[in-house]
Every structure is written in structure tokens, then in C-alpha cells.
Design a protein around this ligand. Structure first.
Ligand SMILES: [Fe+2]
Ligand SMILES: [Fe+2]
Length: 311
């Protein structure tokens, strides 16, 4: 069995809640995961100080397990990059692209599309946070610089990685933006969802890890062939959706099944407790995910507490 802890949207800076971060760190060492997957938005304002705090926290988590991280839209200097693209900041030497990811690369990881192999699974990080760029243009003004997209060249990189991966290993792709519309936000994170899901499924991807929506969710989609499971981790920070709590997802990959358990912050226990569990048969045993039967597999474990209305 391969265990991955999937966390997202830590938002170091004002929204970070140290009580929850510390509870997560303590819980993690008892869970003994093979890897910790962090699907972006480490910071709130992309500030050096926030990155330093995020980096130090990740180093603590790495005492338990290797971490793989992708940037979120809050981790890139997209506005400054636009100014550079328009030639408004000719005094600066660095090009817009380098500028956009400079702080993330300095503090967190040089590689924007990292790859991690652990026994039983491979995780390909795929950067979807490009700020305002051709693939992420939208008419919805409030989504400018917020929405993401999957680039063809990054998918090719994942393809090459997966081709070299051990045949039995679960193929997992981690992105920041949610490909499935958020239940409360009503928003898609990606501008090219259909193409991205189809293409990633065709590469043999079993599971997509993402965040960004700040509402936890576990989806299975039949829009692709073979089907895909999508783990959306909620936020550890206080930027939760109304009526929701902070959360993260635990992923257990067995030979025959994939289990995802959502852990939700409980204000009374001052800890994350299991709240929802979904179980899926793995595709190499069945040829594809048996989505018809697993839609009803969701099980409420009865620990959800929705007491934190702050966003
Ligand atoms: Fe976020
Ligand atoms: Fe985000």
C-alpha cells in the first residue's frame, strides 16, 4: 500500500493558521506517508517572508516524507510579469517569465514541473499557474490572473516520465487549479479542462491531485476514457468557503483499490478528523474505473464540523 498525504493552499501570511499547521505536522508523522503532495498556493501575497515561512514548514514535513510541490496562482508575480511584457519596466533586466516565478524558485523549488517516484506510485507535478497568458485569457475579469491552464509541452514532459515509470506504479498528476467546478464557488480553475482531462487520462493517469477551490472534493469522471479520480484538497488556512472547515486528503493506493479520506478541522478536538471516505477499484484490475458502482461509495464518517465561517 502506498500512502500519500495531499494538502493544499497553506497561504502563509495572514490567512495561515499555525494551530492547524502544527496539528497537521503532528498527525503526519503518525500517518507515515510515502510522500506529501502540496498542490500550490503556499503564500498569500507571494512575499519573500511568506515564502521563507512556507519553506521552513516544508522542511519540517520532509522529516516525515519527501514533499512534491507545484506553484499556485498566489505564488507567482503575474502582475509584474504583465508590466514587463508590456515594456513598462524596461529598467529591469530579467525577462517576464523569469520574474514571474523568481520568488517561488528561490525559496521553494527550481523545478516548476517536479517529479517524484515512491514505491507503488509516481507523481508528476504540472504547473498550471501562468498568470495572464494566452492560454489563461478569460472574459471574466475577476478570473484574470487567477484561472490556470495546462500547457501542451508540460503534458509531453509527463508523458515521457510516465513511459519510464515502473509498469505497476500508479500514475498521478498534481496540478494547482481544480478541473471540476467548485460546488460553492461555482468556478472552474482551468481554462482548458476538457482537453487536459482527456489528454492526461490517455497517458494512463489514474488520479489527479489539485487545490485552488478551497473546498474539499473527491470526484470521479467518466468524461475521459479511462475514467479519472480527482482529489481536490481544501485549504489549511482560514480562507475557507462559508460554512466549511480546513481540510486535507489522505490517499491510500492498494493493489486493487484507491481510497481517499478527507480529514476536516474540528474546532473542539483542535485536530483534523476523518470526515468522508471514498473507495475506487483500480483500473489495471478492471480495465477502467468502474464509475457506475463507485458513485455511491461515498461514506460519511460523521466527524464534519462546519463552524468556521471565515474566508
Ligand atoms: Fe488558494
Ligand atoms: Fe489558487
Amino acid at each position: 500500500m502506498t500512502r500519500i498525504v495531499h494538502i493544499s493552499d497553506l497561504h502563509f501570511g495572514k490567512p495561515a493558521v499555525y494551530e492547524r499547521l502544527e496539528a497537521l505536522r503532528a498527525l503526519l508523522s503518525g500517518m507515515r506517508p510515502a510522500a506529501v503532495a502540496v498542490s500550490g498556493d503556499l503564500t498569500q501575497r507571494c512575499a519573500n517572508r511568506e515564502f521563507e515561512q512556507a519553506s521552513s514548514y516544508l522542511r519540517e514535513l520532509e522529516r516525515t516524507a519527501p514533499c512534491i510541490v507545484v506553484p499556485g496562482n498566489h505564488d507567482i508575480r503575474w502582475l509584474g510579469a504583465v508590466a514587463r511584457n508590456l515594456g513598462l519596466a524596461g529598467l529591469f533586466r530579467r525577462k517576464a517569465h523569469e520574474f514571474k516565478y523568481s520568488r517561488y524558485r528561490r525559496h521553494i523549488c527550481e523545478e516548476l514541473n517536479p517529479f517524484l517516484e515512491v514505491p507503488g506510485a509516481v507523481i508528476a507535478g504540472l504547473n498550471t499557474a501562468h498568470g495572464i497568458s494566452r492560454g489563461s485569457l478569460t472574459r471574466r475579469l475577476r478570473d484574470l490572473g487567477v484561472i490556470g491552464h495546462v500547457r501542451r509541452q508540460d503534458v509531453e514532459r509527463v508523458r515521457r516520465r510516465f513511459e519510464q515509470a515502473p509498469p505497476g506504479a500508479a500514475r498521478i498528476v498534481m496540478i494547482h487549479h481544480n478541473p471540476i467546478k467548485g460546488q460553492l464557488s461555482g468556478r472552474h480553475g482551468l481554462s482548458n479542462t476538457g482537453w487536459a482531462l482527456e489528454t492526461l487520462a490517455a497517458l494512463g493517469t489514474e488520479l489527479i491531485l489539485c487545490g485552488h477551490d478551497h473546498q474539499e472534493a473527491i470526484h470521479a469522471t467518466e468524461r475521459t476514457s479511462p475514467g479519472l479520480v480527482i482529489s481536490t484538497a481544501g485549504t489549511i488556512s482560514n480562507r475557507v468557503r462559508p460554512g466549511r472547515s480546513s481540510s486535507f486528503n489522505l490517499v491510500d493506493i492498494g493493489e486493487e483499490s484507491l481510497r481517499i479520506v478527507t480529514y476536516t478541522w474540528n474546532n473542539t478536538a483542535k485536530d483534523f478528523l476523518p470526515s468522508t471516505e471514498r473507495l475506487f477499484p483500480r483500473p489495471q484490475r478492471t480495465g477502467r474505473y468502474n464509475l457506475g458502482s463507485m458513485q455511491d461509495d461515498g461514506r460519511d464518517l460523521g466527524h464534519v464540523e462546519q463552524t468556521d465561517p471565515r474566508r
